[in-house]
Write a protein that binds this ligand. Structure first.
Ligand code: BGC
Length: 831
C-alpha cells in the first residue's frame, strides 16, 4: 500500500512533526489570513465536492488531473477543460514569478530577488496583489508562482526568480506574496517542491540531503506558503534522496499533507511526470502540461485494478476543494476585473526603487548632483536597451519599457550633456563580403518556407585573433542555420533545456531575432566556412556577424573617450540569465571586466549599475566610485535606476545573498560533488551552512555580505533591550536617521547558537528584521519579535523542532557583518 510505505519513509528521511517548539512570535512560518487563504474543510460525505465527484464519470475526473490543449487561451502554460455539464469551469494556469506570462502585454514586475532586497513584507503583498489582479483580468485562474527554492549556488540560472539564501526572509515574504495573489482570487502555486536549487541536469539530478538541512533551510519557504493558504504546489524536476520529487511519498504526503496539513493539490513541473500508479500513490494530483501518465494510462490502470478509483477521487477532490474555496464552483467563475496597467506600473516602479542595493559609494560619487548631474557618459549595452527581465518561464511581455539612457537624459534636463557609448557590441558587426570567397552576403538572408540556402566557401583572416561569431535567427532553436567552421559546428545544439530557453535582452536583437554567440581563436589564413539554412514553416531569416579584437578595442576606446569627456560615468553591466541553464562563472560575461576597468581608470567618478541575475565578482571594484545592484528591474527599471542615481529616491535595498570575491571563494567552490554534482548526484554536504552561514563558519570574507546595502543618509542604533515572549523573544531598540536625507534602514536581528544543542549551528542566523523610513533627525523605537521557531533547530533523531535554550547572543545591525548592538538573553520554554 503506497500510503503506508510513504509514511514510513517520511519518518526516516524527512521526519514527521513533533511540536517540541511552538511557532510563534513574528509568525514564521506565518499563519493563514486573507480572503483566499482560508484552509477550508476537506471534502467530506455530503459536501459539494463529494457530491460532484459522485456524479462524475471516470473520464471527467481524469480531465481534472492532467493538462490539455486550450482552444481559447492566451498562450499560458497550462489548461484543464473542466466539466461543463456539472458547472466545473476550465482552469488556466500561467507563469509566473515576475508577472503574468501570456502572449499579451502585462506588467513586467522586477524580478523576485529585487523584491526580496526591499526586506518589506508589505511590498510583497502589493506585488502579489498586482499579479493576482492581472492574472484574473487576463483570464487566468492559477498562477505558477512564487518560487521559493533557496539560493544555494551562485551559478544557478534561476537565482533571479527566487528570494535569496535565507529561510526566514523567504518565509516572511512568500507568505505575504501568496496572500496578495490570492486576495485577488488567483490561486497561487508555490514551486518547485523541493531542492530545485540549480538548472544543471535539473530533470535528473539526485539531491542527496539530510533531513535537518532540508527542514531548516529549503522547506520553511514552502511551509510558510502552505500556512498562508497557497492553493497549489508544483513538484520539482529533480530527485530527492533517490526518488523523483513528483513521486516522493515522504515529501508529497509526509511533509506536505501530514505535517503541514496542506489540502490543496500538487501538480508536476512541466513534463516532469515519470509514472502513473507510483506518482498518484505518493501524493501527486495533476500532470502538466499533458496527460502522458494521468490520462489514458491512468484510465487503464483504474480499469485493470492497478490503481483504486478512490485514489483518482482523492486527487480530483483536492483540485475541486481549492476551486470551491475560490468560488469557481458557484456557477461560473467570479467576475473578472479589468487590467489596470497604471497601477501595475506604479507597483513595478515602487518595488524596483525600494529593492535597488547601493553596494559601494566612495568620494560622494552618488547621488548625481551639481556638476556630476550635468555632464554624464552613459556606457554599456543595457544603458540603451532596456533590460527588463530574465529569460525562461519568468519572462513577461512588458506593457512598455524605456531605456536608462532616455530616462537619464530626461532627468538631467536641457542644460546637461549626456553622451552614450555602447562599450560592447552585443549584436556583432557585418562580416565583410571581401573576407569571404566566393563573396557572400551573410547579413539578413531570408530563406522562404520549404527552400534551402547553402554556402560553402573560405573565410580569410589576416592575423590570428579571437572572433566572437554572433548568429541572429528567426524561429525555433531547431530551425536555426547550421554553421561549420573548419568542420566544427559553431552553434551546436545545447544539451538539456538550455537550447529552448533564451535569456532576456542580449538573447534577442532589437528586430526580434534570437541570438547565439560563440568565441573562437582563429589562426591567420584561410578557414572553410559552410552555412546551411532551411526555411521552416514561416521561412527563416538570419544574419551571421562577428566581433574581433579590433572592433572590441574600438568600442572600449570610444567608451574611454566618452568617460574622459564627462564629469561622471554611469556604466551598465549585465548578465543574461535564464531558466534551463546555469552560468559557468560569477564573473560578468564577455569582456565586461576589461571595459569597466578601462572606463573606471579613465574616470574614477564611475558608477557601475548591475543588471545581473545574482551575485557577481568585481575585480575592478576599488577603481570605481559606486556600484548599484539593480538585478532585473522590470518595465520601470529605467525610472527606478534614474531616481536612485540622482537621489530622487534614497537606496534602501539589502543583499539577500552573499557576494563571493571570486569563483574559488564560495560554498560550492572546489567540490564538484556539491556543485554541479558527479554521476548524477549532488551532495548537500555543506549541511546547514548555506550562504552567509558558510562564510561565517569558514572565516571567508565575502565581497559583500548578506544584508549589506548603503544609503545616502546614515543611521545610528541605540538602547537594545531583550525580553522573553513565550518561547521566543523581543528585541527593542532605537534607530535614528543621523544624516540629511530621508531614507529607509533595514534593521536586522541575528541570533547566535544555543549552548544546549549539541549540533553544528550557525554563528549567526537572521531571526527578524524591520524596514523603517526615517526623516532626517527622526528616531524611532523599533520592536522586532523573534519567533520560537527562529530559535529552534530540527532534531533528526526525534523528527521535530527543538528550542535552542540557554544564553543566546542577539545582534542588531545593518548587515550580517555590521552589528551595531549586542545583547544576551536566556531562552527558555515559555507559555
Ligand atoms: C518551469 C516552471 C514553469 C513551467 C511552466 C517549467 O519549465 O520549471 O517553473 O512554471 O515550466 O512554464
Amino acid at each position: 500500500m503506497p500510503g503506508a510505505l510513504s509514511r514510513r519513509s517520511a519518518l526516516s528521511l524527512l521526519g514527521g512533526t513533533m511540536a517540541v517548539a511552538a511557532t510563534g512570535g513574528s509568525g514564521w512560518p506565518a499563519a493563514a489570513s486573507g480572503p483566499g487563504a482560508a484552509t477550508g474543510p476537506a471534502p467530506g460525505p455530503g459536501s459539494r465536492v463529494d457530491s460532484l465527484i459522485g456524479r462524475m464519470t471516470i473520464e471527467e475526473k481524469l480531465s481534472l488531473l492532467h493538462g490539455a490543449k486550450d482552444p481559447h487561451g492566451l498562450g499560458q502554460a497550462g489548461y484543464t477543460p473542466g466539466v461543463p455539464r456539472l458547472g466545473i469551469p476550465p482552469l488556466r494556469l500561467a507563469d509566473g514569478p515576475a508577472g503574468v506570462r501570456v502572449t499579451r502585454h502585462a506588467t513586467a514586475l522586477p524580478a523576485p530577488v529585487l523584491l526580496a532586497s526591499a526586506f518589506d513584507p508589505g511590498l510583497a503583498r502589493e506585488y502579489g496583489r498586482t499579479i493576482g489582479r492581472e492574472g484574473r483580468a487576463l483570464g487566468q485562474d492559477v498562477l505558477l508562482s512564487p518560487m521559493v527554492n533557496l539560493i544555494r549556488t551562485p551559478y544557478a540560472g534561476r537565482n533571479f526568480e527566487t528570494f535569496g539564501e535565507d529561510p526566514l526572509l523567504t518565509s516572511e515574504l512568500v507568505a505575504e506574496e501568496v496572500r496578495g495573489i490570492q486576495d485577488e482570487g488567483l490561486i497561487a502555486t508555490v514551486k518547485h517542491f523541493a531542492m530545485n536549487n540549480q538548472e544543471h541536469e535539473r530533470e535528473s539530478i539526485d539531491v542527496i540531503v539530510d533531513e535537518r538541512t532540508m527542514r531548516e533551510l529549503e522547506l520553511p519557504g514552502f511551509e510558510a506558503a502552505v500556512r498562508a493558504g497557497a492553493g497549489a504546489v508544483m513538484s520539482a524536476y529533480n530527485k530527492v534522496n533517490g526518488a523523483f520529487a513528483g513521486e516522493s511519498g515522504p515529501l508529497l504526503t509526509g511533509v506536505l499533507r501530514e505535517d503541514w496539513g496542506f489540502d490543496g493539490w500538487v501538480m508536476t513541473d512541466w513534463h516532469a511526470a515519470h509514472s502513473t500508479a507510483a506518482a498518484l500513490g505518493a501524493g501527486l494530483d495533476m500532470e502538466m502540461p499533458d496527460g502522458e501518465y494521468f490520462g489514458g494510462a491512468l484510465r487503464k490502470a483504474v480499469a485493470d485494478g492497478t490503481v483504486p478509483e478512490a485514489e483518482v477521487d482523492r486527487a480530483a477532490g483536492r483540485v475541486l476543494t481549492v476551486m470551491d474555496r475560490f468560488g469557481l464552483l458557484d456557477g461560473g467563475a467570479p467576475p473578472r476585473p479589468g487590467r489596470d496597467p497604471g497601477a501595475g506600473a506604479r507597483t513595478a516602479l515602487k518595488v524596483a526603487t525600494a529593492g535597488g542595493v547601493l553596494l559601494r559609494n566612495e568620494r560622494g560619487t552618488l547621488p548625481l548632483t551639481g556638476p556630476a548631474a550635468r555632464s554624464i557618459a552613459v556606457i554599456g549595452p543595457t544603458g540603451s536597451i532596456p533590460f527588463v527581465s530574465g529569460g525562461g518561464s519568468a519572462h513577461v511581455v512588458p506593457d512598455h519599457a524605456a531605456s536608462p539612457l532616455e530616462a537619464i537624459r530626461e532627468r538631467a534636463g536641457r542644460g546637461a550633456r549626456v553622451d552614450y557609448a555602447r562599450g560592447e557590441d552585443v549584436f556583432g558587426k557585418k562580416i565583410p563580403a571581401a573576407a569571404l570567397s566566393p563573396a557572400a552576403g551573410l547579413e539578413k538572408r531570408k530563406v522562404a518556407a520549404g527552400k534551402s540556402w547553402t554556402y560553402d566557401g573560405t573565410l580569410t583572416v589576416a592575423e590570428a585573433d579571437e572572433w566572437t561569431f554572433v548568429l541572429h535567427f528567426s524561429g525555433p532553436p531547431t530551425g536555426r542555420p547550421k554553421v561549420l567552421l573548419d568542420g566544427e559546428e559553431l552553434f551546436p545544439f545545447r544539451a538539456g533545456l538550455g537550447e529552448y530557453f533564451t535569456g532576456g535582452f542580449v538573447s534577442a536583437t532589437p528586430d526580434g531575432l534570437a541570438v547565439r554567440r560563440t568565441a573562437v581563436e582563429l589562426t591567420a589564413g584561410r578557414h572553410r566556412l559552410k552555412v546551411a539554412a532551411k526555411g521552416g514553416g514561416e521561412g527563416l531569416t538570419f544574419r551571421l556577424r562577428r566581433t574581433t579584437s579590433a572592433t572590441r578595442a574600438a568600442d572600449v576606446a570610444e567608451a574611454v573617450r566618452a568617460a574622459r569627456a564627462a564629469h561622471s560615468v554611469v556604466l551598465f553591466g549585465y548578465e543574461d540569465a535564464t531558466e534551463g541553464r546555469d552560468r559557468t562563472t560569477v564573473a560578468l560575461p564577455g569582456h565586461q571586466n576589461a571595459l569597466i576597468a578601462a572606463v573606471a581608470e579613465a574616470n574614477p567618478r564611475t558608477t557601475v549599475v548591475l543588471n545581473t541575475s545574482s551575485c557577481t565578482s568585481m575585480p575592478w571594484l576599488e577603481r570605481t566610485g559606486a556600484v548599484l545592484q539593480m538585478y532585473y528591474p522590470g518595465q520601470e527599471g529605467a525610472a527606478a535606476t534614474t531616481a536612485l542615481l540622482f537621489g530622487d529616491a534614497n537606496p534602501g535595498g539589502r543583499l539577500t545573498q552573499s557576494f563571493p570575491v571570486s569563483d574559488d571563494r564560495h560554498p560550492m567552490a572546489g567540490d564538484p560533488r556539491r556543485y554541479p554534482g558527479v554521476n548524477g548526484r549532488e551532495e548537500y554536504s555543506e549541511g546547514v551552512r548555506t550562504g552567509y552561514r558558510w562564510y561565517d563558519a569558514e572565516g571567508v570574507r565575502p565581497l559583500f555580505p548578506f544584508g549589506h546595502g548603503l544609503s545616502y543618509t546614515t543611521f545610528a542604533y541605540a538602547g537594545l533591550r531583550l525580553r522573553r515572549r513565550g518561547s521566543g523573544l523581543e528585541a527593542v531598540f532605537t534607530v535614528r536617521n543621523t544624516g540629511r536625507r530621508a531614507g529607509a534602514e533595514v534593521a536586522q536581528v541575528y541570533v547566535g547558537p544555543s549552548p544546549d544543542l549539541p549540533l553544528d549551528q550557525a554563528g549567526r542566523s537572521l531571526a527578524g528584521f524591520r524596514r523603517i523610513h526615517l526623516r532626517p533627525g527622526q528616531a524611532r523605537k523599533v520592536t522586532v519579535r523573534v519567533a520560537a521557531r527562529a530559535l529552534s533547530a530540527w532534531d533528526s533523531e526525534r523528527h521535530g523542532w527543538v528550542l535552542g535554550t540557554g544564553r543566546r547572543t542577539v545582534e542588531v545591525g545593518s548587515s550580517s557583518r555590521d552589528p551595531r548592538l549586542r545583547g544576551h538573553i536566556e531562552v527558555r520554554h515559555g507559555s
